[in-house]
Write a protein that binds this ligand. Structure first.
Ligand code: SAM
Length: 281
């Protein structure tokens, strides 16, 4: 612990290593120790977890996670300029920090989980790849025990949205079908350096033991994509592309054919997906 607290302040680290933030890498750094500690505590207890942090940057959140007692942290950083600062933290961490230099989008997550066990992802995600990253993890949920992730507030709203709201859509269904989604707290732009244009929200996603309702994942995705392709269309029109007789199918699963996708709950979409699987044999 003492060796971690003896590390230079983050502002000094950034200046010493010339870590001017790059927009192309979605770099908005967190320098406030109260905030990084709050995120680390939300991810706890950490003494028996393997934490995966995407995009540690200069290492503010990484340091908070170590100070909160993380047993093992794997960080994946694409910006090689950050590596010396991360090496310094690794040296002070008594072997608890492992650094992977590379692109999180091409990370072999199966290999990582088979080597280190269930992963708990804790990250202030680069906003430009936050959604594709989450979607790829949702497809491999058995490798993860929990996610504590910072998203742009608008993305967080979509993740947690309920039917009947404007934010409800494909992302809400993809996330909530298999996870419990809980927004934890929102940070104003000024919490970051540089300040982004919008607020950000930390969201907890906890994999469900079983999905909300039974469905083939690819078929469910196909049905939901068709339903939301033109959100203002009635479902009986929107689903023409995938069902020969959408009106009858919708009635058979208890959905008003005149309803719009944004009013339909996840269980009903699963019923439609099961129906499509049945029709296709
Ligand atoms: N964790 C730090 C913090 O909270 O201050 C930095 C967060 S910053 C929002 C996002 C970080 O992700 C940056 O350090 C950036 O270099 C890194 N990054 C961007 N694209 C990446 C990618 N494809 N793979 C891994 N890291 C990436």
């Amino acid at each position: 612990m003492d060796r971690l607290t003896a590390l230079p302040a983050l502002r000094e680290v950034i200046a010493a290593h010339g870590l001017s933030a790059r927009r192309s890498l979605g770099q908005n750094f967190l320098l406030d120790l109260n905030i990084t500690r709050r995120i680390a505590r939300a991810a706890g207890p950490l003494d028996s977890a393997t934490v995966l942090e995407i995009g540690p940057g200069p290492g503010g959140l990484t340091r908070a996670l170590l100070e909160e007692g993380a047993a093992k942290i794997i960080v994946v950083e694409r910006d090689e300029r950050c590596l010396p600062a991360l090496e310094q933290i690794a040296t002070a961490s008594n072997g608890r920090l492992h650094i992977v230099s590379g692109d999180a989008l091409s990370l072999d997550i199966e290999a990582l989980a088979s080597q280190h066990g269930l992963l708990r992802v804790v990250a202030n995600l680069p906003y430009n790849i936050s959604t594709p990253l989450l979607i790829s993890w949702l497809k491999r949920l058995t490798l993860f025990d929990r996610f504590i992730l910072m998203f742009q507030a608008e993305v967080a709203d979509r993740l947690a949205a309920q039917p009947g709201t404007k934010a409800y859509g494909r992302l809400s269904i993809a996330a909530q079908w298999r996870c419990e989604v809980r927004p934890l707290f929102t940070l104003l732009p000024r919490a970051f350096m540089p300040a982004p244009k919008v607020s950000s929200t930390v969201v907890e996603l906890t994999p469900r033991q079983h999905p909300l309702a039974e469905a083939d994942p690819d078929i469910l995705e196909e049905v939901v994509a068709a339903a939301f392709e033109q959100r203002r269309k009635m479902l009986r029109a929107a689903l023409k592309r995938i069902f020969a007789d959408p009106e009858t199918t919708l009635k058979a699963v208890g959905i008003d054919p005149q309803a719009r996708a944004e009013t339909v709950g996840i269980e009903k979409f699963c019923a439609l997906a099961r129906e499509l699987s049945r029709i296709r044999g």
